[in-house]
Design a protein around this ligand. Structure first.
Ligand code: SAM
Ligand code: SF4
Length: 445
C-alpha cells in the first residue's frame, strides 16, 4: 500500500492540511499519484461547512467504489470525518480510515495499523493542545506558501460546524511561525499567506505573548518576503493595530477579508456573531481612512432562520455602504448539531435562492463601479500564470484583484521567457466585474 491519491474539498485550511498530509506520507515512503485508479490508498480531505459539500464527498465515495474501488483502501479526512465519525463506516462500508484534522499528527500511526491488517481505524479526538505543523509539508505552488498560525475556533456562531469539526483554538508559537517563514524565504518563496479559521484571534502561547498585529509585522520583516496575506479575520477580534500595520508596511497586502454574514444587527444577534452592524462599520471606517486604501471582501449568508425582507434589505444597504471589492455569498444550510436548528421560521429554499441571486446581482454593479476606478492606475502585479487562449499573463495585485495583461517583450512563456513568480508594474486599461486587464510597463522586477 505505497501509492496514494488525495483529493481536497473546501477552504484554504483544507488545501494546506492536505499539503501537510502529503508531506507526511512522502516522508514515510509513500508515493503520490495523480489519479485514484493508480493508487492503493485513496484519501478524501473533506468539507462539511454546507450540506452540498458534505453530499459531494459521499457521492464521490460511492461513484469511485462502484467503478474502480476494488482492492483499495479508502480514507476520509477533515471536517466530514470529524462530524460523522464512525457513522461513515455505515454510510460507506468500504472506508477503512476516518481521521479529523485535530488528529492528523496520529495519521502515520493509523496507516501503520491498516497496513498491519486492521480493517477500520479512527482518529477523532478533539482533546488536543497540539497543532499539526510539519516540516515535511509538500507545497506545489513555488511562489506562494500557506502557513497555519492558529487552528480551531472558540466562537460559537449558531449556523457553523467548525467549532465541532476543528476543535478549540490552538496558536503556534511566533518563533515557529517565523522560523517557517524564514525557511520558505530561503527556498525562494516571496509570498506568504497566514491561515486560521479566525486568524486574528492569534495569541502567541510562548512567553512573548504576541498578538496578531505583532506577528504580522514580524513576518513582513522576514528578508526575501515581498507579500504577506492573511485569512480569515473575525470582526470581533479585528483591532485597529492590524489596520495600522498594513498602512505602515507595503509588504502587508492591502486586502482584508472580513466576513460580516448579515447587515442586520437582529440577525447578527441570532447568529451569535458577537458584533453589531455599527461595530462592524467602525472597522470598515478604519480601513477606508488608510493612506494605502485597503480592499475589503466579505462572506454573506442569506436566508438565516427568521431573516425578514427588512433584514435582507439591511444586508443590501450594507453592501452599498461598504462597497466591497468582492464577496462570497451562500444560502444558509442546516448543519447537524448547530444551535440554529432549534430556531423558528426557517426560510423556504426558493426564497433563499431568490435572495442569493438578487444579492449577487446587486454586488455585480458595485464591483463594476469599484473596478472601473482602477483604470489608468499602475499596479504591482505578481505573475501567476499564462492563459494560452487569450494570450495574456495572469497576475494578482496586492489588493487581491486578478489582473490579466500583455507584455511588450515577453508575449508568451517559453524560450526562457517565463514571467511566473515575477513582480511587474502593470497599467490597468480595462475593468470587468471580476477582473482587470492591462499592459506591463517593463521587464521582470
Ligand atoms: N471563521 C470565519 C468567520 O467567522 O467569518 C469563517 C469560516 S467558514 C469556513 C466560511 C464561511 O462559510 C462563513 O463565513 C460563512 O459565510 C459560511 N458558512 C458557514 N456555515 C454556514 C452554513 N451553515 N450555511 C451557509 N454558509 C455557511
Ligand atoms: Fe464558524 Fe463562527 Fe468559528 Fe467562523 S467564527 S469558524 S463562522 S463558528
Amino acid at each position: 500500500m505505497k501509492k496514494f491519491y488525495i483529493e481536497t474539498f473546501g477552504c484554504q485550511m483544507n488545501v494546506h492540511d492536505s499539503e501537510k498530509v502529503i508531506g507526511t506520507l512522502l516522508s514515510k515512503g509513500y508515493e503520490q499519484v495523480d489519479t485514484p485508479e493508480g493508487a492503493e490508498l485513496v484519501l478524501y480531505n473533506t468539507c462539511s461547512i454546507r450540506d452540498k459539500a458534505e453530499q459531494k464527498v459521499f457521492h464521490r465515495l460511492q461513484q469511485f467504489k462502484r467503478d474502480h474501488g476494488k482492492g483499495k483502501v479508502f480514507g476520509v479526512l477533515g471536517c466530514v470525518a470529524q462530524q460523522e465519525g464512525e457513522r461513515i463506516f455505515e454510510r460507506a462500508p468500504h472506508v477503512s480510515l476516518v481521521c479529523g484534522s485535530a488528529s492528523y499528527n496520529k495519521l502515520s500511526d493509523l496507516l501503520v495499523q491498516i497496513e498491519n491488517g486492521d480493517r477500520r481505524v479512527t482518529g477523532l479526538s478533539l482533546n488536543t493542545e497540539d497543532t499539526f505543523d510539519t516540516p515535511m509539508t509538500r507545497r506545489d505552488n513555488p511562489n506562494r506558501a500557506y502557513i497555519t498560525v492558529i487552528e480551531g475556533c472558540d466562537k460559537s456562531c449558531a449556523y457553523c460546524v467548525v467549532p465541532f469539526t476543528r476543535g478549540p483554538e490552538r496558536s503556534r508559537t511566533s518563533e515557529s511561525v517565523l522560523e517557517e517563514a524564514r525557511r520558505l524565504a530561503d527556498t525562494g518563496y516571496t509570498e506568504i499567506q497566514l491561515l486560521g479559521q479566525n486568524v486574528n484571534s492569534y495569541r502567541d502561547p510562548s512567553g512573548r505573548g504576541w498578538d496578531f498585529a505583532r506577528l504580522l509585522r514580524a513576518v513582513a520583516d522576514v528578508p526575501g518576503i515581498r507579500r504577506v496575506r492573511f485569512t480569515t479575520s473575525h470582526p470581533r477580534d479585528f483591532v485597529k493595530d492590524i489596520v495600522d500595520a498594513i498602512d505602515e508596511n507595503p509588504v502587508l497586502c492591502n486586502h482584508v477579508h472580513l466576513p460580516v454574514q448579515s447587515g442586520s444587527t437582529a440577525v447578527l444577534n441570532r447568529m451569535q456573531r458577537l458584533y453589531t452592524r455599527d461595530q462592524y462599520m467602525r472597522r470598515i471606517e478604519w480601513m477606508k481612512s488608510t493612506r494605502r486604501g485597503i480592499a475589503i471582501t466579505t462572506d454573506i449568508i442569506v436566508g438565516f432562520p427568521g431573516e425578514t425582507e427588512a433584514d435582507f434589505e439591511a444586508t443590501l444597504s450594507l453592501l452599498d455602504d461598504v462597497e466591497y471589492d468582492s464577496l462570497f455569498s451562500f444560502k444558509y444550510s442546516r448543519r447537524p448539531g448547530t444551535p440554529a436548528l432549534a430556531l423558528d421560521d426557517h426560510i423556504p429554499e426558493e426564497e433563499k435562492s431568490r435572495r442569493l441571486t438578487f444579492l449577487q446581482e446587486h454586488q455585480r454593479f458595485i464591483q463594476i463601479r469599484r473596478n472601473s476606478e482602477n483604470v489608468g492606475l499602475v499596479e504591482e502585479t505578481m505573475v501567476e500564470g499564462f492563459n494560452h487562449a487569450t494570450e495574456q499573463w495572469i497576475g494578482r495585485t496586492s489588493r487581491n484583484q486578478t489582473l490579466n495583461f500583455t507584455h511588450p517583450v515577453h508575449t508568451a512563456p517559453g524560450n526562457g521567457d517565463n514571467l511566473i513568480g515575477c513582480y511587474l508594474p502593470v497599467r490597468v486599461t480595462r475593468a470587468g466585474p471580476n477582473s482587470l486587464a492591462g499592459e506591463a510597463l517593463s521587464a521582470a522586477g
